[in-house]
Design a protein around this ligand. Structure first.
Ligand SMILES: *Cc1c(COP(=O)(O)O)cnc(C)c1O
Length: 380
């Protein structure tokens, strides 16, 4: 448990801004995931937070990894190649899926020697894979409804249900093996029916493929999108897991391997930002605090992830609705226009923000000369 006292002590000894990662919380999230979805192997989506210490912690508890670029692949590979040789049969598939449907030729060339598992969703990609990574195994990414997800992904990736089996057969003709199907229901999906619909769509494609003579599929990758409990409106994970388990057991025999690619769910609740008030002004009658972290840094998710974060004060006092700005000179650098904070905060006082472990520090820049927040690992 990371208390406000601990956060204040950390800020005192390290300065601010800080990005605090609680590895106990990461392990708890992994255990919760496995406990409720016992049939599903979790491939942590590294893009949610690519800190190598997080990859290491998740590796140690048994996670596998979803990567989408060569740097992400190499980051994970560095850590998992120390595995005992005995456990390394088929280990690259057991431990890594390259889940970017679009891969540069150069990436495919580099990947080929690992006999990787990669996703695809169109004919051009089949041609590329045949030429540059003929040793890869394939998973067809299908397009599924993303209704009500905080971050919509279906407009960028996924084969339509009508073309799915044709693509599988094309890949087969090209001498490649389609090992199974994958999808993504959209990030921070609070509409649990998205998963139900997607699993049903996948089951239909499976049986159509069988009918048309293709019987080499043996895995289903149910993607990411598992919601983090940012607020009370997010229903418990156990409820979602129950729905998923029912559909999986109903539609996919036990010998079909089930994968998932949770990103946000593993790390969102494990990150806390601590920032310092560096300026205070009243503009148009509204109290404004300027802090030393913002949307070009740990709060980048406000822009890229459509995620709103709340700020809390260590100090108490009569509150009012305030604006909180980041430190850069860009007017875009607004963390919130309506935070309820004490009005008596002074320069040097600290604010913190919880549940900021996913899609946050990962997109930090050095814009305007301000460096990313210092990362502090606790309970490693
Ligand atoms: C981003 C992404 C994920 C992780 O999504 P979350 O919503 O963070 O769980 C998983 N798979 C793919 C292919 C992704 O692009």
């Amino acid at each position: 448990m990371i208390t406000p006292e601990i956060l204040q002590q950390l800020a005192q000894s390290h300065g601010t801004p800080l990005f605090v990662i609680d590895h106990d919380e990461i392990r708890n999230n992994y255990r919760t995931f496995k406990q409720h979805l016992p049939r599903v192997q979790a491939y942590y989506a590294v893009k949610a937070n690519p800190d190598p210490a997080i990859v290491r912690t998740l590796f140690d508890v048994g996670a596998s990894f979803d990567v989408a670029s060569m740097p992400e692949f190499n980051l994970v590979y560095e850590i998992i190649r120390d595995m005992p040789v005995k456990e390394r049969q088929d280990w690259i598939w057991d431990k890594i899926i390259y889940a970017n449907p679009i891969k540069a030729n150069e990436s495919l060339m580099e990947l080929d020697k690992y006999k990787p598992l990669v996703t695809f969703d169109n004919l051009e990609e089949i041609i590329k894979i045949r030429q540059y990574a003929p040793n890869a195994g394939l998973a067809l990414r299908i397009r599924v409804p993303n209704t009500g997800a905080m971050v919509e992904l279906s407009s960028k990736f996924g084969a339509g249900p009508g073309e799915a089996v044709d693509l599988i057969l094309e890949a087969d003709k090209a001498g490649l093996t389609v090992e199974g199907l994958s999808f993504h229901v959209g990030s921070q999906t609070t509409n649990f029916d998205n998963f139900v619909q997607a699993i049903n769509l996948a089951a239909n494609i499976y049986s159509e493929a069988l009918k048309r003579g293709y019987n080499k599929m043996n895995l289903l990758d149910i993607g990411g999108g598992f919601p983090a409990p940012y607020d009370q409106t997010v229903k418990p994970f156990s409820k979602l897991a129950q729905k998923i388990n029912i559909e999986l057991d109903r539609l996919f025999p036990p010998d079909i391997e089930i994968l998932a690619e949770p990103g946000r769910f593993m790390v969102a609740t494990a990150g806390i930002s601590v920032a310092k008030i560096i300026g205070k002004a009243t503009r148009d009658g509204k109290l404004c605090y300027y802090i030393d972290d913002g949307v070009y840094h740990t709060f980048s998710g406000i822009i890229f992830d459509h995620c709103q974060y709340h700020l809390e004060s260590f100090k108490t006092g009569p509150t009012q609705i305030c604006t909180v700005f980041g430190p850069t000179c860009d007017a875009l650098d607004v963390i919130s226009m309506s935070e309820e904070l004490p009005s008596n905060l002074e320069i040097g006082d600290l604010l913190y923000s919880k549940n900021i472990g996913a899609y946050s520090g990962a997109s930090s820049t050095w814009f305007n000369g301000f460096p990313p927040a210092k990362v502090i690992h606790l309970n490693r």
